[in-house]
Design a protein around this ligand. Structure first.
Ligand SMILES: *Cc1c(COP(=O)(O)O)cnc(C)c1O
Length: 488
């Protein structure tokens, strides 16, 4: 499979190159040149596969010749072997034709594990076979750095540096990161807030010499391999609920448009997806877009669902590419304009066609707490704030029936957000063993001021790539690696 940039002015790459590259040189996002297609017979044939077997069958066409099939099968199998629940992505009927898909059975109890467990292993395989190393750098507001660390901790060809704002992530979130004491993992507590962390990361990516010396790379949500891995649970759920003989809709709490875009890709691959319903928190750029056809950035305000506190939905550009009939010049023009003015308007015809598949609704914090309480009262199930927004969206816009069920994606375990859940319904979620045990483990992190020179010196001192320089050049972007460091 070959990959092209949504803006049409970057080299065509193979899967292994796309994996390591992130943002394309022209500032665009890489997408497959064509969609692999599974017909009705092929879908029927998948109904009894395990999660890992299904992942292999669905994603191998995207990988193509970049990794030998037997080796790839091993990577996929090992990626899901450590999950704490069989069948990996279980469904619970919560009534009214709505089914909750629990995507929190990986090592850090949030859905990002479903992609990052595989992505870490892919990095290791590709780098090892090339004899290369990279340094992964990212900033996290708490919930997402841990999945990147868990995905890369066992990868000797990768050093991971994750910046978090000191004292501003919850204890659980901090311990999920800092108790990983693998020698290639560097947790840095920055004396500042999340914006300071993100600014440091952006500045370091924009420093060409530094970026090249350390072979900086990122595993943020624009990485194609993450999207690829996320398509699997859409198939897994739909097949369990009767696809290909039934259409299935999905309700997805999303900010960056990453998770719901994977549902769109699943549909392009042949899965009968009826609707994709987006749930936003008060940072509702996507909902405002699907109500008006105008995408406009506002300030980000913190919410109870911090992993969706996002101003720009990066992955939306990939959908735009298809809405513009893959006309990369038009995408490039629209994105440049958006970058300048903070505004993007879709013409009526294209907007209507997008709205045939997508719908969206928003829920503020008060509504989120009420949704958690309502679900708890009705079914006894505890939802984390992100998942509650998805369930609300499913009830609001899903039009669920026996014939067309709706799957609401539960993206985090409620015990990751115990305060919000307790505030909503008076019950504190019980921590699974993996979380409860964290309190007794030793932590390792260093505290640094929000000073880019000091962070750079620290990284040069600790990154092992500095001892084993290699000479390849990758992922240079004219836009200076914008967004490259956001571990969302
Ligand atoms: C990252 C995250 C999301 C949002 O995912 P997108 O990439 O914006 O689609 C939702 N819920 C949780 C718990 C997350 O960690």
């Amino acid at each position: 499979m070959r990959y092209i940039s949504s803006r049409g002015d970057a080299p065509v790459l193979s899967f292994d190159e796309v994996l390591l590259t992130g943002l394309a040189r022209d500032g665009g996002l890489y997408v497959p040149e064509s969609w692999p297609h599974f017909d009705v017979a092929a879908l029927r044939d998948m109904a009894s596969l395990s999660y890992a077997e299904l992942a292999l069958r669905l994603t191998h066409p995207f990988v193509g010749k970049a990794i030998p099939k037997a080796a790839y099968a091993g990577l996929v199998a090992r990626s899901y072997a450590g999950f704490d629940h069989d069948p990996i992505a279980p469904l619970r009927d919560i009534g009214g034709g709505v089914h909750l898909m629990e995507l929190f059975h990986g090592p850090t109890l949030a859905f990002k594990d479903y992609a990052l467990q595989l992505v870490g292993r892919l990095f290791e395989h590709v780098l090892e076979s090339r004899g290369e190393r990279v340094t992964i750098l990212g900033a996290t507001s708490g919930d997402t750095g841990s999945a990147a660390i868990a995905g890369c901790a066992a990868c000797p060809s990768v050093d991971v540096f994750i910046l978090h704002p000191k004292g501003r992530v919850s204890e659980v979130q901090r311990r999920q990161m800092t108790t990983v004491t693998a020698p290639n993992v560097f947790n840095i507590a920055i004396e500042g807030d999340f914006d300071d962390c993100q600014d440091l990361v952006k500045t370091l990516f924009n420093d060409t010499a530094f970026r090249q010396d350390l072979r900086l790379s990122a595993v943020n949500s624009i990485n194609w391999a993450r999207i690829m891995a996320q398509t699997v649970y859409y198939f897994f759920a739909a097949l369990k609920l009767g696809a290909p003989d039934k259409e299935v809709s999905f309700a997805v709490p999303t900010g960056n448009f990453g998770n719901v875009y994977a549902g769109y890709v699943a549909r392009c691959m042949g899965l009968p997806v009826k609707r994709l319903i987006i749930g936003s928190n008060r940072n509702d750029i996507l909902t405002r877009f699907f109500e008006s056809g105008v995408m406009e950035t506002h300030e980000v305000t913190p919410s109870l669902s911090p992993s969706m506190d996002i101003q720009v939905s990066s992955n939306f550009e990939r959908l735009l590419f298809d809405l513009f009939d893959r006309d990369s010049e038009r995408v490039a023009a629209a994105m440049v304009k958006f970058r300048k003015s903070g505004r993007l308007t879709l013409k009526t015809k294209r907007f209507r066609s997008a709205c045939e598949l997508f719908a969206a609704c928003r829920l503020d914090d008060e509504g989120t707490l009420a949704a958690i309480a309502r679900e708890h009262e009705k079914t006894g199930i505890l939802l984390d704030p992100h998942s509650a927004i998805g369930v609300h969206a499913a009830h609001q816009l899903g039009e669920a029936t026996e014939e067309t069920p709706v799957v609401a994606l539960a993206t985090a375990h409620p015990a990751k957000f115990p305060e919000a859940v307790e505030q909503a319904c008076g019950t504190r979620p019980q921590a699974p063993v993996s979380l409860a045990g964290l309190a007794d483990l030793p932590e390792r992190f260093d505290v640094l001021p929000a000073d880019v020179d000091i962070v750079a010196v620290y990284m040069r001192e600790h990154a092992t790539v500095m001892d084993a320089m290699n000479g390849s050049d990758r992922g240079e972007t004219e836009e200076g690696g914008q967004g490259a460091g956001e571990v969302q």
